[in-house]
Design a protein around this ligand. Structure first.
Ligand SMILES: NC(=O)c1ccc[n+]([C@@H]2O[C@H](COP(=O)([O-])OP(=O)(O)OC[C@H]3O[C@@H](n4cnc5c(N)ncnc54)[C@H](O)[C@@H]3O)[C@@H](O)[C@H]2O)c1
Ligand SMILES: [Zn+2]
Length: 670
């Protein structure tokens, strides 16, 4: 490669990698796989080594990939938080050891542990009490997410067994897989887009402004290093043994999650063991981390600007298999979204038999150029549902034909629509398409919605098939004698069903709002809307601007609400529900304590309070008509400050001339 070619390539790779870093760390999103990213990074490293003078000032090889956003207070790390160098091959582990051996001439002990696939966190404890939790950020400074981290049950608020008076412990926050699947089920149920993978969702969750949502999600954390001065610990293994004693969730030798070894072969044995066992864990790991155990040797080896020389990550390749694509079928969901699904020749992948893979939408089909009869590579990476990553073109049968995305709904025949800028096709026949009608009813009766006792998806199917209920309002006209003749319906179950339907008339407004199934209006959004607008009548008249004024309500939700109430059929159903006596507005008790005293005012809440928890304070502001935002801007009217308000916030408040008030002042206001 000529120097000129190298220059072009270096510039291109630098730009590309910085783009993907931003997407990954700030948007919690990815466009390429980790493997592809790592290959590009390696290519850049090699070019920069050959042509050091061409290295760009913003080269991603020279620093930790993250960034600090403005949503939380920025805090400088007392000890930098670095990344790890990584490899996918045994040879490079050998090279790594050789480099170390050139510098250190006595035998070494290594510690092998799991490489948890989540987000890094550093938690400081002073006198045994948690004092601050900071994200890795760009390695030099991170974001103060203490409030959110405190909701994680495996991160103790108070330690046992005489911990050092001041130290930091670092670890990885991750999304347990069972919780992740549940969250996605709930989102699907609410017609919301499902999350692509647990890692990105964990990092997105950690950065939410509302810590009660963080708490509900059930994040977890493994701790993997102790940092501080005068700790009276001399090796890494010992530090994690102590961490266990202090009450942290750290890897245990008895679970084989951490092991002391002395040779490359032993390292590889640990790698191989976990490469095949990792599917049994309730969280994702993307490799194994190997660390030099002794602290003195660690400091002798030191670090580069990006990663310590005394540690390396061995990364697993994502598991892939090839199989034949037999067919493409189309599923119509409750919201009318049409999803293409690949029907595969069943194969074993990552411990489960895979028969289907999602193809997401027509863009995806086009991008992959996947055709029926193709041999495809299926991968289970960060995602829960396997996906098709590639078509083996050499095996493509001559007769194969390009896939034409269907034009009409496979269920009702309506012509499909696709909104400008959206990838998904929809069946517009909301009130006449069977899976949409049934899906809406199933959602309506589900536990978090109307929770109708004695009724499940089978009942919905029966009622629909026998023309007894064609929409959610019809349920309230059912009589016992209507349902008795149905399959498997006895006297008792019929009574139960009718009773369940009647009792659902007492379900509070916010759940009715969730139950009617407006697209993008999940449980939390329904609560917010209910509190802000107080009744269906008000909500149906709300303008776009009024809607987006509500915290966490964005343009997409606002449009969807307006579209819903713009449809005559929906209003008819709402009117009918009202006439049957459902709760169409907030009850007296719920309205109590609600005022307009803070209407139109924007608040920022910072620090620790005596009378309120942060969430209580936020709720009180909202109950009185105010709005809470995460960061200070010229739109902020007041900052309610408790103890330990961050200095950068204070400075910003001064600069913008925004009044900083105490919780007592706040109480006066309301
Ligand atoms: N797909 C993309 O677009 C994209 C973009 C950016 C980064 N990435 C991926 O992220 C990687 C870079 O991220 P990174 O800098 O966080 O590096 P990394 O995730 O490969 O490794 C470093 C991190 O590992 C974590 N870790 C987990 N278990 C650990 C343990 N037992 N001991 C010590 N640390 C442990 C720590 O958080 C540490 O910060 C890239 O190599 C790439 O795979 C992908
Ligand atoms: Zn249809």
């Amino acid at each position: 490669m000529t120097k000129q070619e190298a220059q072009g390539k270096i510039q291109e790779l630098t730009k590309e990698l910085n783009y993907h870093n931003h997407l990954y760390y700030v948007e919690h999103n990815t466009e390429i796989s980790d493997r592809e990213f790592d290959i590009k990074m390696k290519e850049l490293e090699e070019l920069e080594e050959k042509f050091p003078e061409l290295k760009q000032p913003d080269s991603p090889t020279q620093r930790v990939g993250g960034e600090v956003t403005k949503e939380f207070e920025t805090v400088k790390h007392r000890f930098p938080m670095l990344s790890l160098s990584n490899t996918y091959s045994k040879e490079e582990i050998v090279e790594w050891e050789n480099r170390i051996k050139k510098l250190i001439d006595h035998p070494l002990t290594y510690v092998c542990e799991l490489k948890y696939d989540g987000v890094a966190i550093s938690v400081r404890y002073e006198n045994g009490i948690i004092s601050q939790a900071i994200t890795r950020g760009d390695g030099v400074q991170g974001e103060d997410v203490t409030t959110n981290v405190k909701t994680i049950r495996t991160i103790p608020l108070k330690l046992k067994d005489n911990p050092p008076t001041d130290f930091e412990i670092r670890g990885e926050i991750f999304f347990p897989l069972d919780r992740f699947r549940k969250l996605n089920e709930e989102r699907e149920e609410a017609g919301e887009e499902t999350y692509a993978n647990p890692r990105n969702t964990a990092s997105g969750t950690l950065k939410l402004q509302n810590s009660s949502v963080v708490s509900e999600r059930g994040l977890d954390c493994y701790l993997y290093s102790v940092t501080g001065e005068n700790l009276d610990i001399d090796n890494h293994f010992q530090s994690l043994t102590k961490a266990l004693e202090w009450g942290f969730k750290a890897p245990k030798e008895s679970d084989n999650m951490i092991r002391k070894v002395n040779s490359i072969d032993e390292i590889m044995e640990f790698v191989d063991y976990w490469d095949s066992e990792r599917n049994k864990l309730n969280f994702e790991i993307d490799g194994i981390v190997i660390k030099v155990n002794n602290y003195d040797i660690q400091s002798e080896l030191g670090s580069t600007a990006k990663s310590p020389r005394w540690a390396i990550a061995y990364k697993f390749k994502a598991e892939q298999v090839t199989t034949e694509l037999k067919n493409i079928v189309y599923q119509v969901g409750r919201t009318g979204a049409v999803t293409p699904v690949a029907v595969l020749d069943p194969v074993l992948l990552a411990g489960t038999t895979v028969k289907r893979a999602s193809l997401h939408n027509s863009d995806q089909i086009e991008k992959l150029d996947v055709r029926i009869g193709d041999t495809v590579k299926v991968e289970k990476g960060g995602e829960i549902i396997p996906k098709i990553v590639e078509v083996e073109m050499s095996k493509r049968p001559d007769s194969s034909q390009k896939v034409e995305f269907i034009k009409n709904c496979p269920e009702c025949g309506s012509e499909l629509t696709r909104k400008e800028g959206e990838a998904q096709h929809y069946c517009p026949n909301v009130h006449g398409c069977p899976p949409q009608i049934k899906g809406k009813m199933e959602h309506f009766i589900s536990r978090k919605a109307m929770d109708i006792d004695g009724m499940g998806p089978e009942t919905v199917e029966l009622l629909y098939r026998h023309d007894l209920a064609k929409n959610i309002a019809d349920l309230y006209t059912l009589k016992k004698e209507d349902v008795l003749p149905l399959d498997r319906m006895a006297e008792k179950s019929a009574d139960k069903l009718i009773k369940g339907i009647n009792e659902s008339k007492l379900v509070p407004f916010e759940r009715v709002l969730y139950a009617i199934g407006i697209r993008y209006v999940g449980e939390t959004v329904a609560k917010k809307l209910a509190r802000a607008f107080k009744s269906f009548d008000n909500l149906s008249k709300a303008s776009y601007d009024e809607l987006i004024e509500v915290e966490e309500i964005g343009g997409k939700i606002a449009e969807s609400v307006i579209e819903f109430f713009g449809e005559e059929d929906n209003n008819k159903i709402i009117d009918r529900l009202k006439s049957y006596g459902l709760q169409m507005s907030l009850s007296e008790e719920e309205l109590e304590g609600q005022t307009d005293k803070l209407k139109g005012m924007n608040f920022v809440v910072s620090g620790v309070f005596h009378m309120y928890s942060r969430n209580e304070l936020k709720e009180t502001i909202e109950k009185n008509g105010g709005k809470v935002t995460g960061s200070i801007s010229s739109k902020t009217n007041y900052i309610v400050a408790g103890e330990n308000m961050g200095p950068s916030k204070l400075e910003k408040a001064k600069k913008l001339d925004i009044p900083v008030i105490t919780e007592e002042d706040f109480n006066e206001m309301i």
